[in-house]
Design a protein around this ligand. Structure first.
Ligand SMILES: NC(=O)c1ccc[n+]([C@@H]2O[C@H](COP(=O)([O-])OP(=O)(O)OC[C@H]3O[C@@H](n4cnc5c(N)ncnc54)[C@H](O)[C@@H]3O)[C@@H](O)[C@H]2O)c1
Length: 343
């Protein structure tokens, strides 16, 4: 089967998504949509596709999959338009900035019978896959630590500093991957958070640092710390460490995964694995999963509900930081009917 893909948003993520889909032998990138004509044209030209201005024009080209890679508050309209036309959706994270929008997207795709994938693309990194494999056989998790050391420099999109469009700072743009990674690796749901946030620049509208304690349903506890200063905090570090009944599993993004226990030590290094040579091989794997899901009539590996769960945790962290108290996820989930946005 040939799969026609349209990419909305020709920025950093749109470019990686297009690259990942284009590596699939059954996929054709047929269109690129962006409000900025020069950006749309440049990415479209790279893939022999048509450049258009918006999601309606993109869907009008007749696509099977719409990639939504626009600023966070602008995910809902293209997703609903895609569902209405029976088009599957590859949604960049966060799925939305409010729970109301997130549920609207998931419900619309479900009712239309189209697949909705949330782009938690870290799950497709080989070091993540190795860590998940060890953890599946390591017994109950007691403790985990997620450290996300990012940066927001002048080279990053300006809308990241706009609270309305971004819905938050380092947590919504970057560390939400860490939230998803913990849920996925621990195979458990966060039930309560106790968090604080900070701004490295006093005039900023959104947070540049977060520290949170996450409590999981099964009893595990985890810390999440994230930072995104304007200077380059080289070398950056993105690491997850998990202690279970029988083993310690650690993964460092783009570098390694390792497992230590009484049975010995195992280590995987990305540098010696040719499968990770393409810088965006994880986007290619994620794209292939959605194509397989369509062909096999099964849900994608990371669905829209995963997008909702991660957003709930982020919104709980924001409320906890604002009100200086622990916040249950159930409290956040219940706020959905009141309009979603809890910030
Ligand atoms: N999965 C990842 O690793 C990853 C990495 C970066 C960004 N992202 C996500 O991708 C999304 C986009 O982020 P980015 O960093 O690529 O931003 P970006 O600013 O680089 O790109 C967004 C593009 O969308 C265009 N745009 C804005 N509104 C539009 C509209 N209504 N219709 C059409 N085009 C519109 C802008 O002109 C811009 O070119 C966000 O959800 C972000 O969190 C994901």
């Amino acid at each position: 089967m040939s799969v026609r893909v349209g990419v909305l948003g020709a920025g950093q993520a749109g470019g990686r998504q297009a690259h990942g889909f284009a590596l699939h032998p059954e996929v054709r990138i047929v269109g690129v949509g962006d409000l900025d004509p020069a950006r749309a044209a440049a990415l479209a030209e790279r893939h022999g596709a048509r450049a258009v201005a918006d999601h309606d024009a993109l869907l009008g080209l007749g696509v099977d999959v719409l990639v939504v890679a626009t600023p966070h508050a602008l995910h809902v309209a293209p997703a609903l338009a895609a569902a209405e036309r029976g088009v599957h959706v590859m949604m960049e994270k966060p799925i939305a900035t409010t729970l109301r929008d997130a549920h609207t997207i998931v419900d619309a795709c479900g009712e239309a019978g189209v697949w909705l994938a949330t782009s938690f693309v870290h799950r497709f990194r080989e070091e993540s896959v190795r860590a998940a494999g060890w953890l599946a056989d390591a017994g109950a998790v007691h403790l985990a630590r997620e450290t996300v050391n990012g940066q927001v420099t002048p080279a990053h999109p300006r809308w990241l500093g706009d609270a309305r469009l971004a819905g938050g700072g380092v947590l919504m743009y970057t560390a939400i991957h860490g939230v998803d990674r913990l849920r996925w690796l621990l195979r458990d749901e966060v039930v309560e958070v106790d968090a604080g946030s900070c701004q490295f620049e006093p005039e900023a509208e959104v947070e540049s640092g977060v520290a949170a304690l996450l409590r999981f349903a099964g009893g595990a506890i985890a810390t999440l710390s994230a930072s995104a200063p304007r200077y380059r905090p080289e070398p950056t570090l993105w690491e997850t460490e998990v202690f279970t009944e029988r083993a310690m599993v650690r993964l460092r993004t783009r570098e390694f995964a390792e497992c230590g226990s009484d049975a010995g030590r195992e280590r995987y290094e990305t540098a010696s694995d040719p499968a990770t040579a393409d810088p965006y091989y994880n986007f290619a794997r994620q794209a292939a999963d959605l194509v397989d899901a369509i062909n096999e009539r099964r849900a994608p590996a990371v669905d829209g509900v995963a997008g909702i769960r991660a957003l709930e945790v982020c919104l709980a962290i924001y409320r906890s930081a604002a009100e200086r108290r622990p916040v249950a996820i159930a409290e956040i989930a219940a706020a959905r009917g009141e309009g979603g946005a809890t910030r």
